[in-house]
Design a protein around this ligand. Structure first.
Ligand code: BGC
Length: 389
């Protein structure tokens, strides 16, 4: 049963709604004319690049806000980028089928320049989660706005084929770390994407069958090897773990509940996973990535506060969800931009300066933070009326 929306004072409601308008304007204003959503237009290490991971959630926020044109352009852009790589992917699949050892630098990149190239700056490639997230985002957008998926099929098929072959390869995680591991949040994104596209009925029968099968294999692997069940220090209720064989918690695991449904919302393992994330990583409504984080001293991430809040809303805990939304709004800059993380509570304060020296101030605005804010505001019914957007 869903709790009623908790009482919000009128000025607070106005502030929260105003930040949705601002979030939409920030994302729309920085979208590349070709359709890409830059991760952070001014941040030294991200400038000039678009990630599928950031883009998928940013698109979901914009789709909920009702900016269909912006989201269509993003999905058109991804489709063009992936369709142009169809031959490369076919070659990779053939090589894997022939038993060749494929080095990471032959795989698809994690981020693209706005014209769809790999770019010349080295990065932590290879990561598969973004391909699953994009499939989920394009299906969700098409369903919400009653759009045909055919337009995006050339890109969709490349992403599907790529994941069907490489879904269980170790790769970098959401945070671009630990390439040697198989990450449960990555399996969650792949499960969510493949299941969404298979159930959308847009694929041919063979791809549909294989997509459903791999989605189930990803779930089976995560449940068999990626939970704390039976491990030392196992709590009474096992929860999903950071990677196969680990007992650590990572805030990205919340996405394995909502939106990706690797574990169904409301099940014991879903609740235990969200509880573990909250217990280990939520401080005053702001959410850390994982306890051992040292990036910029290991601050609290706005997009993760929104992800946990989204899960609270899905579980019917609207007061809990609102607490996260308010925390995020409290950390907007004076001109309404949302950073990637804030340093109110650092897990490794002694490590902050080295990152400031290396890459400069924290990425601000981070479009993914704004996209997540739109999603959580929508969950709470706090988007402006259509005629006031
Ligand atoms: C984060 C990634 C993100 C990228 C671009 C990195 O620091 O770890 O999750 O996709 O920034 O925002």
């Amino acid at each position: 049963m869903t709790d009623p929306i908790p009482a919000i004072s009128s000025p607070d409601r106005e502030r929260l709604v105003a930040l949705t308008r601002r979030s939409h304007a920030v994302i729309a204003g920085h979208q590349d004319p070709g359709g890409a959503y830059p991760a952070s237009p001014t941040f030294s290490a991200y400038r000039g690049y678009a990630w599928l991971r950031d883009g998928a959630f940013t698109a979901e926020g914009m789709s909920r806000y009702g900016d269909v044109g912006s989201v269509d352009r993003f999905h058109d852009w991804v489709t063009d980028v992936l369709a142009a790589r169809a031959e490369q992917v076919a070659g990779l699949i053939a090589a894997a089928g022939a038993g060749q050892d494929l080095p990471l630098d032959r795989m698809l990149p994690t981020r693209f320049t706005f014209d769809g190239a790999d770019g010349s700056d080295p990065w932590w490639d290879f990561q598969t989660d973004g391909y699953g997230m994009w499939l989920w985002a394009v299906v969700t957008h098409a369903r919400r706005h009653a759009l045909a998926l055919d337009r995006w099929l050339p890109g969709v098929e490349v992403a599907v084929d790529y994941l069907l072959t490489f879904w269980d390869r170790p790769c970098y995680d959401w945070w671009e770390e630990h390439v040697e591991q198989r990450h449960v949040s990555t399996l969650g994104a792949i499960h969510g994407g493949l299941r969404a596209i298979a159930e959308a009925g847009a694929l041919d029968p063979t791809r549909t069958r294989r997509a459903l099968h791999v989605a189930e294999q990803a779930r089976g692997l995560a449940l068999a090897e990626g939970t704390t069940a039976g491990r030392a220090g196992d709590p009474a209720a096992p929860h999903l773990a950071k990677w196969l064989g680990s007992t650590a918690v990572d805030a990205s695991l919340a996405a394995c509940v909502a939106p990706f449904g690797l574990v169904e919302p409301g099940t014991t393992i879903a609740a235990a996973t969200l509880d573990a994330v909250a217990r280990d990583l939520d401080v005053d409504g702001g959410v850390h990535r994982f306890r051992a984080d040292v990036f910029y001293g290991g601050g609290q991430w706005l997009l993760l506060a929104c992800l946990l809040g989204w899960n609270r809303a899905v579980a019917g805990d609207r007061a809990g969800a609102l607490r996260h939304l308010q925390w995020v709004a409290d950390h907007a800059t004076e001109d309404g931009e949302l950073p990637e993380q804030v340093p109110d509570h650092l897990l490794a304060p002694e490590r902050r300066d080295e990152w400031l020296e290396r890459w400069g101030p924290v990425a601000t605005p981070l479009l993914w933070s704004h996209g997540m804010y739109l999603i959580l505001a929508d969950e709470l019914g706090l988007l402006p009326e259509d005629d006031q957007r």
